[in-house]
Design a protein around this ligand. Sequence first.
Ligand SMILES: Cc1cc2nc3c(=O)[nH]c(=O)nc-3n(C[C@H](O)[C@H](O)[C@H](O)COP(=O)(O)O)c2cc1C
Length: 251
Amino acid sequence: MKCIAYVSRTTANERGINLPAGLSNIVQISRKRNPAAQITGVLSYRRGQYVQVLEGPAIEIDDLMNKILADPRHNDIWVFVDEKVTKRSFDKWRVSIFDFIDQGPIFKTFIEDHQQTLDAFTFEQKARLQDFINLGNNNAIATHSYDGKYLKLLAWPDLNRTSQPQLIMNLCVKLTKNPYPFDSLVASDEFGTYDQVTDIIKDFESLGILTVTEPEPSAVSDVSELAKPQDIPAKKPSRFYGAIKRFLGMG
Ligand SMILES: Cc1cc2nc3c(=O)[nH]c(=O)nc-3n(C[C@H](O)[C@H](O)[C@H](O)COP(=O)(O)O)c2cc1C
């Protein structure tokens, strides 16, 4: 039995925030054929990259891998595990399109089973896998924080290509009018955990549809900055009403 794992980049131009065009065809054929060939593993997609783990009889894996390597729907393929194994890390064939779920648990057994190979990777190699497989090195990889920042949407994402259109739409509504505090998004509990909200915002930012700003002093709840009633100039009565008042003898 053998195990192959690779990371690649989708060639689909048309890319939503979570799903590349054509993914459903790949998933359809994999669901049908892999179990029949006793192949288990996982196919994941996130931010333009696939990660796939395939495990099963060596002949079946090599056959499939030859097709996958020649498939024009992706490129820049890096096979990062190619090993004989005596046991499987996955009990079945599955697909996991990572959007708002934590991918860690899915790869946990696989990471443990291939720890030595994965530990030997360079910083750049680990960074490429970071969206899928956390190999430590977290201190070195800059973690994005939107704490205290304000967010404004510049354009809408393609809701047909998100797996949770309603949730994304509700979130986008909040970010359309004025810069909206990231902290309030998290505090509302409407859009998932802190990490999940961070991930959504990161995706928006990488698509170039969101601006991130520091709060302006006046945006902070500093009431003294607000105009007081006496500062607001009294509206001058119009000439028309002046004429009526005079007509009624009130002028
Ligand atoms: C990222 C990616 C992952 C794929 N994974 C599988 C898979 O697990 N199983 C499968 O049968 N085909 C998979 N394919 C599709 C194969 O490349 C190939 O198109 C398919 O097996 C049909 O090949 P055939 O028509 O020559 O038999 C994948 C393609 C891509 C781009």
